[in-house]
Design a protein around this ligand. Sequence first.
Ligand code: SF4
Length: 605
Amino acid sequence: MSLSNRVLYVDLSEATSKVVERPDLFQKYIGGAGVASKLLLDEAPAKIDPFSPDAPIIIASSPLTTVLPCVVKAVAMFKSPLTGNLGETHAAGYFPSALSLAGYSALVIKGASAEPVALVINDSDVKIRKASSLWGLSPLQVEQALGSFGEGGLHSVISCGAAGENFVHYSNVVVDRYHHFGRMGLGAIFGSKRLKAISVDGAEGVELTNPLTIRDYYEKVYQSIVGTDLMVKYHDYGTPANVLSLNEMGALPTENFRKTRFEDAEKISGETIAENRLERKISCASCPIACVHLADVKDEFSPSHERGRRELFKESRLVPYNYEPMYALGSNLRVSDYDGLLRLIGVCEELGLDVMTAGNILGWVTEAFEKGLIGEGETGGLKPVWGDSTTYVEMLRRISSARRSPFYSTLARGLDPAAEKYGGKDFAVSLGGNGPAGYMTGYGSIAGTVVGARHSHLSNSGYSYDESNLGKEFDAEKIADYLIEQEDWLYIIYSLGVCYFARKVYDKMIVSKMLAAIGIEYTPENLGELGREISHNLLKYKFQEGFRMDTVKIPKRLLEPVTPWGRLDEGKLKQIIASYIRKREKEGVKIKGEDVALKDLLSIR
Ligand code: SF4
């Protein structure tokens, strides 16, 4: 088989599928984010309800998936129920590779089934199978129940949990047990379509037209990855090492972003967990780094399972952990015992919840309870207090339940609806509807999250600007330039399917030569233009859906704690956003809304 240009279109309402060859699409947009953004613009009706059957799920991988080291990510795009505009989330595990080996580079899923179903792809055999028996199961149970339908090759299962089935707007889709399409509520979109899971078996090969060129570059890239600090950084302690480094820097969100240092950071650090609970490190397909750390968590069996001496017997399970859940459910909630933290992460895995937004929600709940904005009447008798992981576990279960009270239903819709209804907007830490990542590093991080297409630190690495320019003069223009340059290039990296952690290994020259080896011609300069076009496509989609970056509210809470750049000044943040808008508008993208003049933005200073 040659490199695939094939898009698999699935209609769940009709239980049908068809394959369309789209060489035009892949020649121009490569794969991943580039292809997904074009398909989203083409396939998603404007202003569609995210839960409408006509709202598509797009998933695209790279033509070089499994062929090069760390080229393994797929990109999912959809209308986010959380933000009301672009939903974008990336994942790997084995899924993109299995899809590629089955002969597909993208999926477009529309429609909705009347009963729970699983999409089962076994090379060219595509079936929509009944899955009522899987409804209500955790992603891990689904994976165990589904097994492989193929006769060999690579197998992968992705699935939503109870949170997705019950429309939690920040529910995720778990990939091969330990990986995630984590953000923006893809799980709820699966739930709305009654799509419990996708199982893929790919047993075909990938035939390369230029294998010797690819092999030479493989060696080069492989050595760059395993022979440099990259491997050490992500393999040893992985991103959990950030807990201590960000704490030392004064950039670790703590107590619902009230503070940037956590006095108990050591107790939940990556180093401490590695010493006491680390069981295994695993990799996505074709990655030599193995950054995914799994901790062994032991729980007592329930009384119905063990009637005798329960303390003698423990149930063991592996929980994946990285920096983001450790900040969101750890320091941000003042949870200082690592077993409690791991159990909280574990319940998110079981329910299929985005750990970051879950942590932001619980932070707001705790503070709202502390301030008397909500009481036991709302919480159903629970008393959330900082550090009480047992209560937090119960709250996440109630949020994800089909039989939740009005309070938990509101929480299930996200932070903005909760603060709108109960108050506490000043400390509801969301930017454009999405909870920020755990980097209170300074202006680049916060402004980057506001302007970034996916409201994530991974849109443009704004936190990295903060870290490497510490001690220099604040310069809004420079920060805006950095965010644009990074974002445009990262969208090439994300179109090629390169993992963010390996982004620096794949420079413009290597990417250009790799693409040439598979018949996609882009000079290094032209790649820059393509990256910009992809960014524009994403912005177009967001604005079409009503997003305006000039009106994103920056919660007061983010301006209170001391960051490495001091207390953040709202006027300066607005300067960066205004500068970003001006620069993008010069590129020909209409960023700001019709009725807000740029001078109004600048007058905020
Ligand atoms: S570095 Fe980690 S997330 Fe990236 S491809 Fe490797 S194992 Fe997967």
